[in-house]
Design a protein around this ligand. Sequence first.
Ligand SMILES: [Fe+2]
Length: 137
Amino acid sequence: MIDIKWDSKFEVGHPRIDAEHRVFVDLIRAISVEADRNCPKEKAMRLLLEVRKYAEFHFVSEENIMLDVGYRHYEEHREEHAWLLRRLEHECNLYYTDSAPLQELAHFMFDWFAMHTTVADRKLVDSIAAHNAAPAV
Ligand SMILES: [Fe+2]
Protein backbone atom coordinates (compact mmCIF):
# COMPACT_ATOMS: atom_id res chain seq x y z
CA MET A 1 0.00 0.00 0.00
CA ILE A 2 1.30 3.49 -0.81
CA ASP A 3 2.17 5.78 2.04
CA ILE A 4 0.06 8.92 1.89
CA LYS A 5 2.40 11.65 3.02
CA TRP A 6 4.15 14.78 1.81
CA ASP A 7 7.14 14.28 -0.45
CA SER A 8 9.60 16.85 -1.79
CA LYS A 9 8.61 15.87 -5.34
CA PHE A 10 5.28 17.65 -4.73
CA GLU A 11 7.06 20.94 -4.02
CA VAL A 12 6.29 23.37 -6.86
CA GLY A 13 8.20 26.36 -5.49
CA HIS A 14 5.30 28.70 -4.83
CA PRO A 15 5.02 29.23 -1.05
CA ARG A 16 1.27 29.68 -0.88
CA ILE A 17 0.41 26.82 -3.26
CA ASP A 18 2.88 24.50 -1.51
CA ALA A 19 1.45 25.38 1.90
CA GLU A 20 -2.09 24.63 0.75
CA HIS A 21 -0.97 21.39 -0.92
CA ARG A 22 0.56 20.25 2.37
CA VAL A 23 -2.78 20.73 4.12
CA PHE A 24 -4.51 18.83 1.33
CA VAL A 25 -2.14 15.86 1.78
CA ASP A 26 -2.65 15.96 5.57
CA LEU A 27 -6.42 15.79 5.10
CA ILE A 28 -6.15 12.84 2.70
CA ARG A 29 -3.78 11.10 5.10
CA ALA A 30 -6.24 11.56 7.97
CA ILE A 31 -8.91 9.78 5.89
CA SER A 32 -6.53 6.93 5.12
CA VAL A 33 -5.66 6.53 8.83
CA GLU A 34 -9.36 6.49 9.75
CA ALA A 35 -10.04 3.93 7.01
CA ASP A 36 -7.44 1.63 8.60
CA ARG A 37 -9.20 2.06 11.95
CA ASN A 38 -12.60 1.31 10.45
CA CYS A 39 -13.98 4.56 11.75
CA PRO A 40 -17.74 5.20 11.94
CA LYS A 41 -19.24 6.30 8.65
CA GLU A 42 -20.40 9.63 10.14
CA LYS A 43 -16.83 10.52 11.04
CA ALA A 44 -15.56 9.54 7.58
CA MET A 45 -18.27 11.62 5.92
CA ARG A 46 -17.23 14.66 8.02
CA LEU A 47 -13.59 14.21 6.96
CA LEU A 48 -14.62 13.78 3.33
CA LEU A 49 -16.65 16.96 3.55
CA GLU A 50 -13.62 18.75 5.00
CA VAL A 51 -11.29 17.60 2.22
CA ARG A 52 -13.84 18.49 -0.48
CA LYS A 53 -14.38 21.96 0.94
CA TYR A 54 -10.65 22.47 1.30
CA ALA A 55 -10.08 21.33 -2.29
CA GLU A 56 -12.73 23.74 -3.49
CA PHE A 57 -11.14 26.61 -1.56
CA HIS A 58 -7.65 25.73 -2.76
CA PHE A 59 -8.78 25.51 -6.39
CA VAL A 60 -10.32 28.98 -6.22
CA SER A 61 -7.02 30.26 -4.75
CA GLU A 62 -5.02 28.76 -7.60
CA GLU A 63 -7.49 29.98 -10.21
CA ASN A 64 -7.28 33.53 -8.82
CA ILE A 65 -3.49 33.38 -9.14
CA MET A 66 -3.93 32.18 -12.75
CA LEU A 67 -6.19 35.12 -13.54
CA ASP A 68 -3.70 37.55 -11.95
CA VAL A 69 -0.90 36.37 -14.23
CA GLY A 70 -3.08 35.93 -17.34
CA TYR A 71 -2.38 32.20 -17.44
CA ARG A 72 -2.84 30.80 -20.96
CA HIS A 73 -4.00 27.37 -19.79
CA TYR A 74 -6.54 28.69 -17.30
CA GLU A 75 -9.57 26.93 -18.82
CA GLU A 76 -8.01 23.48 -19.06
CA HIS A 77 -6.51 23.73 -15.57
CA ARG A 78 -9.82 24.89 -14.13
CA GLU A 79 -11.54 21.97 -15.85
CA GLU A 80 -9.14 19.53 -14.11
CA HIS A 81 -10.20 21.07 -10.78
CA ALA A 82 -13.89 20.92 -11.66
CA TRP A 83 -13.52 17.31 -12.78
CA LEU A 84 -12.05 16.30 -9.43
CA LEU A 85 -14.82 18.01 -7.46
CA ARG A 86 -17.49 16.23 -9.56
CA ARG A 87 -15.69 12.92 -9.22
CA LEU A 88 -15.24 13.35 -5.46
CA GLU A 89 -18.96 13.95 -5.03
CA HIS A 90 -19.63 10.75 -6.97
CA GLU A 91 -17.02 8.74 -5.03
CA CYS A 92 -18.35 9.99 -1.68
CA ASN A 93 -21.84 8.84 -2.66
CA LEU A 94 -20.45 5.42 -3.54
CA TYR A 95 -18.75 5.19 -0.16
CA TYR A 96 -21.89 6.35 1.64
CA THR A 97 -23.98 3.67 -0.05
CA ASP A 98 -21.41 0.97 0.78
CA SER A 99 -20.42 0.56 -2.85
CA ALA A 100 -16.76 1.53 -2.40
CA PRO A 101 -14.20 1.25 0.42
CA LEU A 102 -12.91 4.41 2.14
CA GLN A 103 -9.26 3.46 1.72
CA GLU A 104 -9.69 3.29 -2.07
CA LEU A 105 -11.16 6.76 -2.02
CA ALA A 106 -8.15 8.07 -0.06
CA HIS A 107 -5.80 6.49 -2.58
CA PHE A 108 -7.77 7.84 -5.50
CA MET A 109 -7.45 11.37 -4.05
CA PHE A 110 -3.75 10.97 -3.41
CA ASP A 111 -3.08 9.61 -6.91
CA TRP A 112 -4.96 12.54 -8.43
CA PHE A 113 -3.05 14.98 -6.21
CA ALA A 114 0.34 13.49 -7.15
CA MET A 115 -0.42 13.61 -10.87
CA HIS A 116 -2.03 17.05 -10.89
CA THR A 117 0.62 18.67 -8.71
CA THR A 118 3.64 17.34 -10.55
CA VAL A 119 2.26 18.17 -14.02
CA ALA A 120 -0.44 20.88 -14.13
CA ASP A 121 0.55 22.84 -11.02
CA ARG A 122 4.24 22.75 -11.89
CA LYS A 123 3.41 24.14 -15.34
CA LEU A 124 1.41 26.91 -13.68
CA VAL A 125 4.24 27.83 -11.32
CA ASP A 126 6.71 27.97 -14.23
CA SER A 127 4.35 30.38 -15.91
CA ILE A 128 4.02 32.51 -12.75
CA ALA A 129 7.82 32.69 -12.54
CA ALA A 130 8.06 33.77 -16.21
CA HIS A 131 5.34 36.37 -15.66
CA ASN A 132 7.14 37.78 -12.61
CA ALA A 133 10.46 37.87 -14.45
CA ALA A 134 9.04 39.74 -17.46
CA PRO A 135 9.88 43.46 -17.55
CA ALA A 136 6.96 45.71 -16.66
CA VAL A 137 5.56 47.63 -19.66
FE1 LIG B 1 -4.19 22.94 -9.72
